[in-house]
Design a protein around this ligand. Structure first.
Ligand SMILES: *Cc1c(COP(=O)(O)O)cnc(C)c1O
Length: 399
């Protein structure tokens, strides 16, 4: 894959580059097979063929029927359709929804809206490694519970939730179960039957396909109230001319990533552990957040005591390395619960967190470069904070 020279990309949980083979398929679909899939002439038929072939590929990758795949504009829309679509279709059953404290804003914000409309939402806690206890899910169920939504892999500290077990509990209690698998898709084995999910969200741009395309798995027999109305595409569940270039690219990505699945996951996991060991060996007063094994292959999350994650991000950017601050508490949506705080990390330290997320195209040399320069950055920042503090305390002392 082509890279910016002198710049290292370690932020794959935010988004991924589009693979050249995928970009080629998108380009060809835009320029050659550009027809509207609803039309019956040659152009329409070709587009329809691409659409349904893509649906087959994606269905196969999660072990479901093609008619259980609804194409959307991405993970956010899939989550919104799952939440509002189920709440509205099954409103007679009740107004209680169970979720966790560590969901993505694309789950928490729609739930806030429902809360505002009178829904009762239970936010389950997680343990110190960022994992929810299935027994807590069982205990939270009441006869008004209409939906359980628990993410598969967390986007901040990478923890992988016991989805199959929660799914079994949902099934036993006859409650619809949705999982946001945007981070896990193509990074973990995702089989909707094994996981016992009724709905599941996935997104293209987290798996080397373009932005603005995604899908929602909706199990046969589960009803949803459509959220977009119009020409009746996608069997009336989501109107609007299908994004055939994006969908074709999405499917191409799935094909490529499925073909080297185990090898790719193994390589990324080894590189992640190598990075973790390098940082823990070279830097003091740092903790590795999340579960040691039950986590996404490329995810590293660290907390540096007495530091601000955004300062580390800024410094690394100057050195040509892109990472992310590990905590959501500094983001624009300040009222959104922070997964690190949910995990029990105290707010004072949580802000000193960074997230480094690797992709298959990252190399050992890139990781070596990071672990070479990060110790210096951390000690410089710590020293400057200390001298600032001293100045502050002097001032305090004098006045
Ligand atoms: C990125 C992400 C989303 C949002 O997906 P988009 O395709 O960007 O809308 C939802 N959930 C999780 C866990 C994510 O990481």
């Amino acid at each position: 894959m082509e890279k910016f020279s002198h710049y290292i990309y370690f932020d794959h949980s935010a988004t991924t580059p589009v693979m050249p083979e995928v970009a080629k398929v998108v380009y060809d679909t835009m320029t050659l097979y550009f027809g509207n899939a609803s039309e019956s002439h040659l152009f329409g038929v070709r587009a329809k063929h691409i659409l349904e072939n893509s649906r087959n590929i994606i269905a196969k990758s999660i072990n479901c029927y093609p008619d259980e795949i609804l194409f959307t504009s991405g993970g956010t829309e899939s989550n919104n359709i799952a939440i509002f679509g189920i709440a509205e279709a099954y409103y007679k059953k009740g107004n209680h929804i169970i979720t966790t404290e560590i969901e993505h804003p694309a789950i928490h914000m729609p739930l806030r809206v429902l809360e505002h409309e009178g829904y009762d939402i239970t936010y389950l806690p997680v343990d110190g490694s960022g994992i929810v206890d299935p027994q807590d899910v069982r205990n939270a169920i009441i006869n008004k519970t209409v939906l359980i939504t628990v993410m598969h892999g967390n986007n901040i500290m990478g923890s992988i939730q016991p989805i199959a077990e929660i799914g079994r509990i949902a099934k036993e209690n006859d409650i619809i179960f949705h999982s946001d698998a945007v981070q896990s898709y193509m990074n973990a084995n995702i089989d909707v039957n094994h996981l016992n999910v009724d709905l599941m969200s996935i997104s293209g741009h987290k798996i080397y396909a373009p932005k603005g395309v995604g899908a929602l798995f909706i199990k046969r027999g589960i009803k949803i109230m459509p959220q977009i109305f119009g020409g009746g595409q996608e069997k009336g569940k989501r109107s609007g001319t299908e994004n055939t270039p994006g969908i074709a690219g999405f499917a191409k990505s799935v094909e490529i990533l499925s073909s080297n699945f185990s090898q790719r996951i193994k390589k990324t996991t080894e590189l992640r552990d190598y990075l973790r060991d390098g940082i823990l060996q070279k830097i003091t007063d740092v903790t590795y957040n999340g579960h040691p094994e039950k986590r996404l292959p490329g995810n590293c999350n660290f907390t540096f005591k007495h530091l601000d994650g955004s300062d580390i991000v800024r410094k690394l950017d100057e050195y040509g390395i892109a990472i992310s601050a590990g905590s959501a508490c500094k983001s624009a949506a300040a009222d959104i619960s922070d997964p690190l705080l949910a995990m029990g990390i105290c707010p004072e330290f949580a802000k000193g967190s960074i997230r480094i997320t690797l992709g298959f195209e990252n190399s050992k040399e890139e990781v070596d470069y990071l672990t070479e320069i990060l110790p210096g950055i951390v000690s410089d920042l710590r020293n400057s904070y200390l001298s600032l503090k001293e100045k502050d305390s002097n001032k305090y002392f004098i006045f």
